[in-house]
Design a protein around this ligand. Structure first.
Ligand code: ARG
Length: 475
């Protein structure tokens, strides 16, 4: 959605703001100019305008259907609201800070367009149920877009996975070489993580998609409204059954921010791996010029700014989750102005997650090139096949713990002799244990080591191929 700049009042060079027009005659004095600014949310809740217009159109339709306003009046209101939508989209809607928030700004403009009938729109509702409705419509939309972003990112990972089922990469625990694995298996782990993210967002959507409209300020309304009609009109699955809960529930925002935080945590973990894979020490990937940046002073540098930024931006989303929890923790029922503080963090989290998903998708589509030769060298030059020697003996009847201890000794003596396991002669193997035979060499070759881990969910090539097929099908 486009946003249009919010302007300061231009009515006079030295404006003395009066009580906002939308407030009742109870107010005589003017609001302090600094408080006008402090109170206003229009600079950021303009983000909700399209949802506010849609919500108001449904409300007007319901009012007419229930005989609360006439059909003609509803038609006029709906057309006026549509005109505001067009004005906004063509960058011709410029509310000022005196409008306070998007809801007042729209109502004021509507009344300017359609005349006094515009003042009927707010019958049987409050900004409290209105803002809750807008926020839910916004978030429902954004969640769908984020879910699409997740699918696009998974597609980029799957393209690499398809090419690299039989490319080996060291697998780590404690960031120490552990056992070699299929590169596709490694990437598919992130497909699984983000698939849970996708599902979590779908679950959150169920609780986002409940309609508070018609709860009024807090207690319902004296008018014979039809809340189920507006809810249905706006595509909500349910209506809130308690009006106090309806206007004071922000659990859905907390849930969304928690789900968004996990998306970021997953992107951040992968970013960290990309960053060290690109380092000279690892050298597992190169970054193409499309996705790497240079240094202003060191001409040889090619920096992984994209994953670093994703990793860095993760903190913002975590922070917004914490802030939202803190906003709600001490609030008595029902609406409190504190709720105005629910928006900027939410909007920023949405934008951050979308931007990071897009950047990571581009990074894997165009930026990351794996180096199979370097990866092959990496898995050949270590002791990550030691478990396989123990498994070899265990398969021949030696109790595993005994085999494990023996191989530990082999690794120690090999290290001292500056040899790898593959370099031991058959006589050396046999002197360690009579069960060793010529086939030990085949058993500890990296390819075989990976292929043999064919238990369900393991890195064996057959397992990875079927996991890949399942992931592609799901996409
Ligand atoms: N701008 C307000 C918000 O974001 C709208 C609701 C104001 N309600 C009120 N009772 N003052 O929460």
């Amino acid at each position: 959605m486009r946003s249009s700049p919010v302007q300061q009042s231009s009515s006079s060079p030295n404006p003395v703001p009066s009580a906002p027009e939308a407030w009742s005659q109870r107010f005589e004095g003017a609001l302090h100019p600094a408080i006008v600014l402090f109170n206003a949310s229009i600079s950021f809740d303009i983000e909700l305008i399209e949802y506010d217009l849609t919500g108001s159109q449904a409300h007007a339709k319901m009012l007419a259907r229930q005989g609360i306003i006439s059909e003609d009046e509803a038609t006029t209101l709906i057309a006026g609201l549509e005109q505001i939508r067009q004005e906004y989209r063509s960058n011709q809607f410029h509310p000022t800070v005196e409008d306070e928030d998007v809801h007042f700004a729209v109502e004021k403009r509507l009344t300017a367009i359609v005349g006094d009938v515009g003042k009927k729109l707010h019958t049987a509702r409050s900004r409290n149920d209105q803002v809750g409705t807008d926020t839910r419509l916004y978030l429902r939309d954004q969640i769908q877009q984020i879910q699409q972003g997740i699918k696009a990112f998974q597609a980029a990972l799957l393209k690499h996975a398809e090419q690299h089922v039989e490319t080996l990469i060291p697998g780590y625990t404690h960031l120490q070489r552990a056992q070699p694995i299929s590169l596709a298996h490694h990437l598919l782990a992130y497909v699984e993580m983000t698939e849970r993210d996708w599902q979590r967002l779908r679950d959150v959507s169920k609780r986002v998609n409940i309609c508070p409209l018609g709860a009024g300020a807090l207690a319902g309304t004296t008018f014979k409204i039809d809340r189920h009609f507006t809810a249905l009109e706006l595509g909500f699955d349910q209506v809130y059954t308690n009006s106090l809960d309806a206007v004071s529930d922000r659990d859905f925002s907390v849930e969304f921010l928690a789900a968004a935080s996990l998306v970021m945590a997953h992107l951040s973990r992968l970013s960290e791996e990309v960053i060290f894979w690109a380092s000279q020490e690892f050298g597992f990937i190169t970054l193409t010029d499309a996705c790497a940046t240079g240094s202003s002073i060191m001409p040889q540098k090619k920096n992984p700014d994209v994953p670093e930024l994703v990793r860095g931006k993760t903190g913002r989303v975590f922070g917004h989750l914490q802030a939202m929890l803190t906003v709600i923790k001490g609030l008595p029922l029902a609406y409190n102005k504190d709720f105005q503080e629910d928006k900027e963090g939410l909007f920023d989290a949405v934008k951050t997650v979308k931007a990071c998903l897009e950047a990571m998708t581009i990074l894997f589509d165009e930026g990351v090139v794996f180096k199979p030769q370097r990866l092959a060298e990496a898995v050949a030059e270590d002791f990550s096949n030691a478990t396989d020697v123990a498994d070899y003996l265990a398969a021949k009847g030696v109790p595993f713990r005994e085999a494990y201890n023996l191989v530990g000794k082999v690794v120690r003596t090999s290290l001292a002799a500056q040899k790898l396991l593959k370099d031991l002669t058959i006589d050396e193997w046999k002197s360690l244990h009579p069960a060793f035979e010529e086939d030990i060499y085949a058993a500890i070759a990296p390819r075989q080591v990976v292929a043999a881990r064919n238990s369900f969910g393991g890195t064996g090539f057959d397992q990875v191929r079927s996991a890949l097929a399942v992931a592609k099908e799901r996409l």
